[in-house]
Design a protein around this ligand. Structure first.
Ligand code: AMP
Ligand code: ZN
Length: 116
């Protein structure tokens, strides 16, 4: 995807504060952190969202989740964290390249959602 901002970040064409990369995954600090620790973990390969995944995407998504604890611990959230994957219109996904927010810090992150 030529004009996808997260594809460009994964390719190094747009700078980011990288915390991890391997052949399939790339992780970096969110530019507008909602908590003291706020990382984004993405597949290098363009996948639009959890609403568009296919069976073949399962391994990379499993690896994406499996690395969250290590990244959270290494970046200041050693006692747990929250993973959020906003999806589609209702999930209010802004960037159309699948990404997991890993949020945390020294203190609890707060309620999951405000109740209506
Ligand atoms: P979402 O609403 O789940 O699509 O979240 C998109 C996230 O991407 C937001 O938290 C933004 O702050 C973050 N973001 C957008 N552009 C950049 C960028 N260039 N570098 C780091 N984070 C970004
Ligand atoms: Zn992309």
């Amino acid at each position: 995807m030529d004009d996808c901002i997260f594809c460009k970040i994964a390719r190094g064409e747009i700078p980011s504060r990288k915390v991890y990369e391997d052949d399939e995954l790339f992780a970096f600090h969110d530019i507008n952190p909602a908590r003291p620790v706020h990382l984004l973990v993405i597949p290098r390969r363009h996948i639009t969202s959890l609403a568009t995944i296919e069976e073949a995407d399962a391994p990379v998504l499993g690896r994406l989740l499996a690395i969250a604890n290590r990244l959270a611990t290494e970046n200041g959230s050693p006692d747990g964290f929250r993973v959020i994957i906003n999806t589609g219109r209702v999930g209010q996904q802004e960037v159309q390249h699948l990404h997991a927010h890993v949020v945390g810090g020294p203190e609890p992150v707060g309620p999951m959602l405000k109740r209506i």
